[in-house]
Ligand binder design. Sequence first.
Ligand code: PLP
Length: 437
Amino acid sequence: MTDYKKAAKEGSEREARKELLERLDTVGSDRMTTEEHLALCYYFSAHNYKPLENVFKKSSGIWVWDKDGNKYMDCLSAYSACNAGHRNWRITIPVALHILFGTDTLSRAFVHAEEGPFSAELARFCGKDRSLVKNAGVESVETAIKGARRWGYANKDIKEEKGEVAEIIVARNNFHGRTIAALSASTEAAYKRGFGPFVPGFVPVPFGDSEALYNAITKNTVAVMIEPIQGEAGVIIPSDGYLQDVRDICDDKKILMIADEIQVGLGRTGKRFACDWENVVPDIYIIGKALGGNLIPVSAIVANDDIMDYFDPGSDGSTFGLNPLACVAGRAYLRTFEKLHLAERSAELGEYFMAELRKIKSPYVTEVRGRGLLIGVELNTKARPFCEALMKEGLLCKETHDMVIRFAPPLVITKKEIDWAIQRIKKVLEAVNIFDI
Ligand SMILES: *Cc1c(COP(=O)(O)O)cnc(C)c1O
């Protein structure tokens, strides 16, 4: 156990906090050690995450450097926020120029010169009429739920004034974010414990089971909201035809199909959207993460007028949503996506990465699966020690749902760099004793 954790165990948190603040004031954060930085986080940040123990200071492309100058390959990409690579100049330069010479946030009370161009390009990118832009991904999940409900009360025989509830069908083991509504849609006890009461109107069915979905539809159902590939659940890919079935059922029953593409859209899985794997077009796209170029939170719902027209003045809003800097970053990402052919790269390199991973003879690996550069390696044991060992070898990876290692490097990675990664992954996965690494 590290020293700072021991201090906490021994009940001297107050002393530790005082000492650390003194160090911060006298030595300065730059000269504090990795251990001291971890201690600052340990004593002053809420413990809602359990990060690997290291402190990073710089990033570029697919690489990040820790405080001591050691270099690592980023194989998580901030849960797919970093599709274009760290500090890609195609994004940082327009953003930096805008910060220096453009306008900062004005709120939506006024129109700025970045709003129209971004809205137009985003709608075109998604093949839809308009967008509603927010910040964190979960805000757009909320907006999609609001849009679907309002559309539902207007188009279906559901009497809101009599207390009838618009229902949205969701998939088990989904991840849509951390607000109360997103948690209400969740089936994950660890996310929900102690946070009730939850919002009514969410009906979970098994992911990938279109018959269960069909059977869950009632006269009050307004929408189905799914991730076309479940990321947080451990890179779960539905069987072929599922997305098309969902689309057909939604058409047949006249309900909306909402695709949460926050993690899997924008090139991550080798297509513009993960729904494109079945050439399915949902009624509402929810996008986020990579849209802000990994610099700023930018998310959006994108849909046609028949849904978007239900948002009238006063019905929704956000102080920072669609702020000028977000628009600049978003536009820069969309342009980078096209220029660097990120979806095609992801498809091609993902195939290669997976093929190489499958060649590894490991007693721990039970399955390698993925689409594009979103790859899950399922183990027959806990994945965390493997992620720790991989960090020692220079790869930053994160376990997902205990037994899955997710490999999701920035989409600008090259074949040679994948070879570099494979050598190290092979060493770790083939180790007789993982704790020897
Ligand atoms: C990350 C994620 C969210 C939430 O996005 P935040 O920016 O963390 O609020 C929602 N849905 C999916 C599928 C995600 O991966």
